[in-house]
Write a protein that binds this ligand. Structure first.
Ligand SMILES: Nc1ncnc2c1ncn2[C@@H]1O[C@H](COP(=O)(O)OP(=O)(O)O)[C@@H](O)[C@H]1O
Ligand SMILES: O=P(O)(O)OC[C@H]1O[C@](O)(COP(=O)(O)O)[C@@H](O)[C@@H]1O
Ligand SMILES: [Mg+2]
Length: 322
């Protein structure tokens, strides 16, 4: 293998740049050329390629977002789109790919492998942490810390006004962010897609907390935990009890910002490991970190197998919010 491509795709995540840098520099050490593909699969179809050498990835380690840009591509979902993408890759002499993204990105990668026998190795880049085969995905730690900082600020005003706040964090299908910020932020209630709450029970918890002398409460809601998110949940709670409450949707601030040390280290390690795997003749796997060690997991398992949340943490949150 002489030349490989690297791209980022799906939702951006802090640490993606650190992964790109690691791919480019590890490849250079191994004597490989790297081509950066802009805008994920969309750019693959459009032929948006640029050569990347070690100096081209200077000063990006600490930056959020992705310098290669990212996209969601409908065209790549079609056979015709993927054929065009493959032809462009062939023309550019790209013999293997490092795909940095989430479950959707890996489903696309599996298609390239099946349909064109093109080697691809995946790097888990998503704030959602919803991939099997790695304890953490790149971007998760930063997103959790960003959300936590916001929750601490909200706690100040909630306590001063003796109010309930429902805070919506990202995660349409996944509650990892909500669970971690809920524990670290001392939430009274945590609502996850994996463990939906009953609005009547939440109303009861809030009233009971008041009876025990609490003047403010925080309810952390993953966006996919209840129809209509935190707003929807508050409406439902209000049909059972009168509560003085406000809603804050943290939204895309959780996806931006400079990656934490943890995310930079994870991204650096996994970016380099992906190149080593690809050069070693491995394809169709995701590189992940499990209990401190780099592990390879088939892409199929990474997207299809479910990494469950630690349910014991939900019980802990209940105990500690007494
Ligand atoms: N089943 C699939 N077949 C082909 N391409 C796919 C498939 N699923 C997703 N993709 C491609 O991957 C892109 C990124 O997926 P998406 O789910 O948006 O983000 P993420 O990778 O962060 O989960 C999609 O826009 C699409 O182009
Ligand atoms: O930016 P968009 O298109 O509104 O998507 C929001 C979704 O993207 C995420 O931030 C990240 O998800 P992916 O990494 O799978 O793309 C989710 O938490 C959120 O539900
Ligand atoms: Mg996804």
């Amino acid at each position: 293998m002489k030349r490989i491509g690297v791209f980022t795709s799906g939702g951006d995540a802090p640490g993606m740049n650190a992964a790109i840098r690691a791919v480019v520099r590890q490849a250079a050490v191994l004597g490989l050329e790297v081509v950066g593909i802009r805008r994920g699969y969309a750019g693959m179809i459009q032929g948006e390629f640029l050569p990347l050498g070690p100096r081209d990835v200077a000063n990006i380690l600490q930056r959020g977002g992705t310098v290669l840009l990212t996209a969601r591509s409908q065209a790549f979902m079609t056979e015709e789109g993927r054929k065009k993408a493959y032809e462009n890759l062939q023309q550019a002499g790209i013999e293997g790919l490092v795909a940095i993204g989430g479950d959707g990105t890996f489903r696309g990668a599996m298609r390239l492998i099946e349909e064109f026998r093109l080697p691809v190795v995946g790097v888990p880049g998503t704030i959602d942490n919803d991939l099997y085969g790695t304890d953490y995905t790149i971007g998760f730690d930063t997103a959790v810390n960003t959300a936590l900082e916001a929750i601490d600020r909200i706690r100040d005003t909630a306590a001063s006004h003796e109010r309930v706040f429902l805070i919506e964090v990202m995660g349409r299908n996944s509650g990892f962010i909500a669970l971690d910020v809920g524990i670290a932020g001392g939430a009274e209630v945590i609502a996850l897609p994996e463990a939906p709450v009953d609005p009547r029970a939440v109303a009861e918890v809030l009233l009971e907390s008041q009876r025990r002398g609490k003047t403010s409460s925080i309810v952390v809601v993953a966006e996919g935990a209840y129809p209509g998110g935190a707003e929807g949940l508050l409406r439902a709670i209000r049909s059972h009890a009168e509560v003085e409450a406000r809603v804050t949707v943290l939204g895309h601030i959780q996806r931006g910002g400079s990656p934490t040390a943890k995310d930079r280290i994870l991204a650096s390690r996994l970016g380099a490991a992906a190149v080593e795997a690809l050069v070693g003749g491995t394809s169709g796997v995701m590189v992940g970190e499990v209990e401190g060690e780099v592990e390879l997991t088939p892409l199929k398992d990474a997207v299809e197998r479910k990494k469950d949340i630690q349910r014991a943490l939900l019980d802990l949150a209940r105990v500690l919010s007494i």
